[in-house]
Design a protein around this ligand. Sequence first.
Ligand code: 4NP
Length: 154
Amino acid sequence: MNHSILFVCLGNICRSPMAEGAMRAAGEDRGAALVVDSAGTGSWHIGDPPDRRAQAAAMANGVDISGQRARQIVAADFDRFDRIVAMDRSVFADVQALRPKAARGAISLLLDHVPGREGQDVVDPYYGGENGFLEVWSDVAEGAEALLAKIARA
Ligand code: 4NP
């Protein structure tokens, strides 16, 4: 089993880096061969490490995301990845608008993979406090586990 997944948010410094870390950790735990990456729709933070609060929330859950650097989604990503997974509905709409017509990758909303949480957003924690980041971790970890279970069944 070899699957490639790109997680996408707005800035690529909070939610999608945490989702990348959670998915990589879940894959390692289960011995799944995954290619995991993340990107943002926006360009403000290109080259930046994840927000300190995102790093802290990941580390509190045993996952080190400090080596990640933000980048912006590019057209080639739609061919490089099997799945492109958006963190909220606004990002989902933006990613859909960027998708080249002949692209390979399927676009989905992260929490659509979690039974009972379909249509829900992973809420942008950027302007909130530390607690928001722990909630994001819990959401992305739940989403990553559900996605991995789905991939493993496919
Ligand atoms: P993210 O959070 O999309 O989860 O990385 C944000 C980070 C930065 C900004 C917005 C959201 N910003 O406007 O700079």
